[in-house]
Design a protein around this ligand. Structure first.
Ligand SMILES: *[C@@H]1O[C@H](CO)[C@@H](O)[C@H](O)[C@H]1NC(C)=O
Ligand SMILES: *[C@@H]1O[C@H](CO)[C@@H](O)[C@H](O)[C@H]1NC(C)=O
Ligand SMILES: *[C@@H]1O[C@H](CO)[C@@H](O)[C@H](O)[C@H]1NC(C)=O
Ligand SMILES: *[C@@H]1O[C@H](CO)[C@@H](O)[C@H](O)[C@H]1NC(C)=O
Ligand SMILES: *[C@@H]1O[C@H](CO)[C@@H](O)[C@H](O)[C@H]1NC(C)=O
Ligand SMILES: *[C@@H]1O[C@H](CO)[C@@H](O)[C@H](O)[C@H]1NC(C)=O
Ligand SMILES: *[C@@H]1O[C@H](CO)[C@@H](O)[C@H](O)[C@H]1NC(C)=O
Ligand SMILES: *[C@@H]1O[C@H](CO)[C@@H](O)[C@H](O)[C@H]1NC(C)=O
Ligand SMILES: *[C@@H]1O[C@H](CO)[C@@H](O)[C@H](O)[C@H]1NC(C)=O
Ligand SMILES: *[C@@H]1O[C@H](CO)[C@@H](O)[C@H](O)[C@H]1NC(C)=O
Length: 502
């Protein structure tokens, strides 16, 4: 069997580049809402009825949206720079792995897309979780405000809902646990509404809102804390399935899961949904405000998440960091000028495409990104484009040499071991995959950097839940093609990545 040479995407972007605008020559406004750990595959969007209606029904729903790396800090760094992790070099959620490190601050952060929007004349506003280590002493403290931002309300450290610290334009601001004053999702909404009220109407604006939901500790607003009491995590095709033919870490999972773990993950699932109800309110408030200010028809609104999530798939209790669909697929909804209402788009798009898409909307031809603008895909009346046939997903496994402090009995190099001491990451959960999705083939090929040089291959056309690793069955010529593509993708930069993805 031979994998076809992919001709599908041969259409090149052509024609005169139009300066997008509101008819009066000014660029359009942009609002980016980025949630934390919201899955696409396991019902993550189900509770967000207003968001689906106000953004999805008014614009495009991307059904094949992926992160190139399923972990918060590397993914957020990819969103900001439009680059793969092997180019921005943010490998994990700690400063040692370049999360908000001085290396990041003197490289990736200086070339992040908000810098270019600001130079283009946009008024810029950020509120919420930036990068997991942001604001900590070892990352420069709260006085460090990344370039490009006029207003900065960034959370110190990882997602919380109460009892957190913000950098409010470089000044420390501490918050307690009083709902009307402190609930972070609501505070993000309120401050962004104030920013819109006080903006200069002559200039376009960019807002990036990054609420903590639905990340742990899953603290719901009081009015939502009793919702979804009868909801359980979906028992989908890979739920609690043994992973005998999968990589080392998955073979360590306890299968079947204990009743304690089931109760734990069902509770997590329910509480994740509860926290999303406040994000749904945030979206509604923002869209209504834009409408009231008569800015809605010249604003692009993006709604997405940094990575997916799992609750019980392959007997992994809760987390992300895996190569499977549930962790790498993300929600993505976009409305805006030229985007037809209520359309479903199947072309694969990546988190590294957000920066070039946003810059494209702003009419900036600047940063060399690994991703590509998907504006032509969603607004073909403006300019035509093409879909990419395959792309890279890469993750560097985490694990301390002393093991996970809460479960040292699991041995060295392990991480995220809970509940029942099932570890969700390890140093050798380090992998790179080629994900092919070209309208004909729907495949995934992954290589691990572990002592077995483990390989996993899935044919998602026949096996959407990735139950069977077909590495031993598939034609060696297919493996060879995939391996060659992977080698090229793993070292690609900018134009080389583009050439590989057309
Ligand atoms: C947007 O709406 C405003 C107010 O309703 C209207 O004046 C303007 O022409 C509209 N702009 C576009 C680009 O449709
Ligand atoms: C962090 O970034 C610096 C410079 O960008 C790089 O030299 C270093 O190797 C990176 N660290 C990791 C763990 O990739
Ligand atoms: C916030 O801190 C207060 C006081 O220390 C504590 O009682 C409360 O449980 C904390 N709440 C959360 C959600 O962490
Ligand atoms: C947000 O604004 C609303 C309406 O003014 C107010 O009731 C609420 O207490 C505010 N919440 C926060 C966290 O600022
Ligand atoms: C786990 O729960 C199931 C269904 O509720 C029950 O039948 C089973 O006995 C429980 N197992 C243990 C070990 O408690
Ligand atoms: C959106 O499209 C779907 C079918 O694709 C249709 O069922 C639904 O009614 C439409 N919604 C709106 C608001 O037009
Ligand atoms: C994009 O392609 C479609 C179909 O081929 C064509 O009808 C449309 O005019 C093109 N749009 C532009 C802006 O070239
Ligand atoms: C993150 O990456 C750095 C650089 O490779 C490494 O030193 C550190 O141990 C990693 N952190 C964890 C928690 O694995
Ligand atoms: C993965 O790492 C663990 C901990 O160092 C080790 O025990 C195990 O043998 C490794 N497995 C593979 C396949 O590399
Ligand atoms: C994948 O599955 C589809 C549907 O069963 C089949 O047509 C195709 O040949 C398979 N591809 C490979 C590479 O096995």
């Amino acid at each position: 069997m031979v994998v076809r040479v992919l001709a599908l995407a041969a259409l090149l972007t052509c024609g005169v580049r139009r300066v997008l605008g509101d008819g009066n020559g000014g660029p359009n406004n942009i609002l980016l809402i980025l949630t934390d750990d919201q899955d696409q595959n396991l019902g993550g969007m189900t509770p967000m009825t207003k968001t689906k209606s106000l953004i999805g029904d008014a614009g495009a729903t991307f059904v094949n949206s992926f992160t190139v790396t399923p972990l918060c800090c590397p993914s957020r760094s990819s969103i900001l720079t439009g680059r793969y992790p092997h180019n921005h070099l943010v490998r994990n959620n700690s400063v040692a792995g370049n999360c908000s490190s001085s290396a990041w601050q003197s490289d990736g952060e200086l070339g992040a897309f908000p810098v270019y929007l600001s130079k283009r004349g946009y008024q810029t506003f950020f509120a919420g979780k930036y990068l997991n280590q942001y604001g900590k002493k070892e990352a420069g403290g709260v006085s460090h405000v990344p370039p490009g931002w006029d207003q900065w309300h960034a959370l110190v450290g990882n997602s919380r809902y109460y009892n957190y610290t913000l950098s409010r334009n470089s000044v420390e601001e501490k918050h307690g646990n009083t709902y009307p004053d402190d609930y972070l999702t609501d505070l993000i909404a309120n401050r962004s509404l104030q920013f819109l009220d006080n903006r200069s109407p002559q200039r376009p604006f960019f807002l990036m809102l990054a609420p903590p939901a639905p990340h742990s500790p899953w603290t719901a607003a009081p009015q939502y804390s009793k919702h979804f009491n009868d909801i359980k995590a979906p028992r989908d095709g890979s739920f609690d399935k043994a992973a005998k033919d999968k990589h080392w870490l998955l073979r360590q999972a306890i299968n079947p899961m204990t009743n304690g773990t089931l109760a734990y993950l069902d509770n997590a699932y329910r509480r994740r949904w509860q926290t999303l109800l406040s994000v749904d309110d945030l979206v509604e408030k923002l869209v209504r405000k834009l409408d009231e200010l008569q800015e809605l028809n010249r604003t692009y609104v993006f709604f997405t998440s940094d990575n997916g999530y799992h609750t019980g798939q392959f007997s992994l209790p809760i987390d992300k960091r895996q190569l499977y669909e549930f962790d790498i697929r993300t929600p993505l909804l976009v409305r805006g000028p030229g985007v037809k209402p209520n359309i479903t788009l199947k072309a694969p798009v990546l988190n590294i495409d957000l920066a070039p898409t946003i810059l494209d909307i702003a009419g900036v031809d600047a940063a060399e990104t690994d991703g590509r603008s998907f504006l032509p895909l969603m607004a073909p009346s403006l300019r035509n484009g093409s879909a990419r046939p395959f792309f890279l997903v890469e993750h560097t496994g985490e694990g301390l040499s002393a093991g996970d402090p809460s479960c040292p009995e699991r041995g060295p190099d392990m991480s995220q071991c809970f509940p029942d001491c099932v570890c969700e990451d390890s140093l050798n959960n380090t992998y790179a995959c080629v994900r092919t999705l070209d309208g004909h083939d729907d495949m995934q090929y992954c290589e691990f950097a572990d002592s077995e040089s483990f390989v996993e291959v899935y044919n998602l056309s026949s096996d959407p839940h990735q139950l069977e690793n077909i590495v031993k069955k598939v034609d060696p010529a297919v493996l060879e093609t995939m391996n060659q593509r992977l080698i090229k993708l793993q070292s690609c930069q900018g134009a080389v990545c583009h050439a590989l993805s057309t």
